[in-house]
Design a protein around this ligand. Structure first.
Ligand SMILES: C[S@@+](CC[C@H](N)C(=O)[O-])C[C@H]1O[C@@H](n2cnc3c(N)ncnc32)[C@H](O)[C@@H]1O
Length: 163
């Protein structure tokens, strides 16, 4: 993924590319904006989620903003093992209930279907961890409808936070 980003970067682009594990503390400097697109859903429990939120907070300048995209917890009517949710070209399958969340398999019904595992942790846990990390304003928003996402906009949601 980083190789692709490097290939696509323009020659005059001053971007740097690094690979870091976001469930361990790191210090890569501070920025105006942090994007976490499909990232927070890889935290499997409170400890990992708190570390991710702390890394995000410490990577922002005062007044900086975080924007993330994660699966929408609210679509889970029941978290019974094996339960499937289909919308557009996305399937979520509940694999197991865990403390404060659910482990799921996501399948994107693309030409070559893409399947991966991740976690849907309770929104309240995100709010607690974000507050503990130092954020005071966490907001949940649906994906904007003008985004032509045919993989099921209800299945994703945006989370934003400001320092
Ligand atoms: C579904 S992809 C999304 C990638 C990219 N944000 C995008 O929108 O195209 C999720 C990525 O998160 C990475 N990832 C998972 N756990 C991680 C962790 N603990 N630290 C850093 N990256 C992680 C995976 O390797 C994968 O590249």
């Amino acid at each position: 993924m980083v190789d692709n980003a490097q290939l696509q970067a323009r020659a005059e682009d001053p971007s740097e590319f690094h690979v870091v594990d976001c469930i361990a503390p790191f210090n890569m400097g501070t920025f105006d904006l942090v994007l976490g697109i499909w990232l927070l859903n890889y935290a499997k429990d409170r400890t990992e989620l708190l570390t991710m939120w702390q890394n995000i907070f410490h990577s922002l300048k005062p007044g900086g903003q975080f924007v993330g995209v994660i699966p929408n917890y609210k679509i889970l009517q029941t978290t019974a093992c094996g339960q499937e949710y289909h919308f557009g070209g996305v399937t979520y399958k509940v694999l197991e209930r865990i403390t404060e969340g659910t482990r799921i398999q996501v399948v994107l019904d693309t030409t070559d279907p893409i399947a991966f595992f991740c976690y849907m942790l309770e929104p309240g846990l995100h709010e607690e961890c974000a507050a503990q990390a130092g954020f005071s304003h966490l907001r949940w928003e649906p994906l904007p409808s003008e985004l032509d996402v045919d993989l099921g906009p209800l299945f994703f949601q945006i989370v934003t936070a400001a320092c």
